[in-house]
Write a protein of this length. Structure first.
Length: 106
């Protein structure tokens, strides 16, 4: 996706500690993009860690549309469960992807 690179990694992290290895991977990925994300997963559940180079910030996202799309494109999973427990459904045809998610009023 334009503006952010993703790496999809099997297995959920055992903690929210951001390791030197994670930081190095994200920094290396930002050589070609202003932001990067590591999408950890197990089955349909994802845990995204996002890094933004300009602010030198790391965030464990609770809901990420672009990360969910990247995960779905790599794994071909149609249902993605985000850390917030919200579910995004992807429906692919030859040249279109339809994305369905419940929107909540805050």
């Amino acid at each position: 996706l334009e503006g952010i690179n993703y790496k999809v990694i099997p297995g959920l992290p055992k903690s929210k500690k951001i390791t030197r290895t994670m930081k190095n991977m994200l920094l290396n990925m930002c050589k070609k993009s202003p932001a990067a994300g590591l999408i950890y997963y197990e089955k349909q559940e994802i845990v995204p860690l996002i890094f933004v180079l300009a602010t030198n910030s790391y965030v464990w996202e609770q809901a990420g549309g672009s990360g969910s799309l990247a995960f779905s494109m790599v794994t071909r999973e149609d249902k993605v469960i985000q850390p917030s427990r919200d579910v995004i459904i992807f429906d692919r045809s030859l040249d279109t992807i339809t994305i369905t998610e419940t929107v909540k009023e805050l």
